[in-house]
Design a protein around this ligand. Structure first.
Ligand code: ZN
Length: 276
């Protein structure tokens, strides 16, 4: 069932669960994530990043296919545009009917970030679309996702009030594209942000967090948990093993099939963990 992102996050807040958000790069990702959500009996958020849109050269083909997969699912599934920096792309996502957008103005100054995000928020809210955003560079060149960056609770409260956003991505110790689980989450800061900020908090770069810490972070107040690299690792490792064992296979279904199954099982396991 195609479900508004806000509904999935509201339910997660109420039940003190983590809302799993997983990146879609190709059709098989969407199929795997939805199969995993159905197996776990839990909601899922399917995300297409601006980088993925650039890779395909367009938003509509994969976004519309992902929404069709979401509609056909028995699980509540939302479709989200992740890390958009181009307002035109946000407008296209809103027109296509995606449930939410993350607008990334983190490279701008505070004042410009607030102005850009507030303008996007007005457009999104006019169409019932949920908006996530983030503050700018605090401790590194990877915006709030640098391992040493930290979101200040006072500034976060002010930012949410001034922009009118519905969810806030926070810097609490993770970074993007981590292949090892060695990120150290600042649980005390998560609790302080949870008290200071009136909207759900989002963790990017969750692939680098040891799973027990991920659960502690949800207990401390994180809601939307973005996991991309970990599942790409599952998918690609399965493909690599299959091709090594079957060097004569050329039909993509021969290796994408088992890779999709492995990813679905991993999504089901993660969602079971986040929703217990
Ligand atoms: Zn991110």
């Amino acid at each position: 069932v195609l479900t508004p992102t806000g509904e999935i996050l509201d339910a997660a807040v109420k039940e003190r669960h983590g809302a799993g958000a997983f990146n879609v790069v190709q059709l098989e990702h969407a199929e795997a994530i939805v199969a995993g959500a159905e197996a776990a009996g839990a909601p899922a958020i399917l995300q297409l990043s601006e980088n993925t849109v650039r890779f395909h050269g367009a938003l509509a083909p994969l976004a519309l296919a992902t929404m069709a997969i979401a509609r056909a699912s028995s699980a509540p599934v939302a479709v989200h545009l992740d890390h958009a920096t181009d307002p035109a792309l946000v407008h296209e996502a809103v027109a296509l009917g995606l449930g939410s957008v993350m607008f990334d103005a983190s490279r701008m100054s505070y004042v410009d970030n607030v102005a850009a995000v507030a303008a996007v928020a007005t457009h999104c809210h006019r169409h019932g679309v949920h908006l996530e955003a983030e503050l700018g560079e605090i401790g590194g060149k990877d915006g709030v996702h640098a391992p040493h960056a930290r979101t200040d609770p006072g500034e976060a409260h002010r930012y949410v009030t001034e922009t009118g956003i519905d969810a806030l991505a926070v810097a609490v110790g993770t970074s993007h594209a981590m292949l090892t689980r060695e990120a150290t989450l600042d649980l005390d800061l998560i609790a302080r942000l949870h008290n200071a900020v009136p909207v759900p908090l989002v963790l990017h770069g969750s692939s680098g967090v040891p799973e027990p810490d991920l659960l502690r972070a949800v207990e401390a107040g994180l809601v939307k948990i973005n996991i991309a690299t970990h599942l790409n690792n599952t998918l690609t490792t399965t493909i690599r093993a299959h091709l090594a064992a079957h060097p004569k296979d050329v039909d993509p279904r021969r290796y994408l099939g088992p890779a999709r199954d492995a990813m679905a099982a991993e999504v089901a396991r993660l969602l079971t963990l986040l929703n217990r």
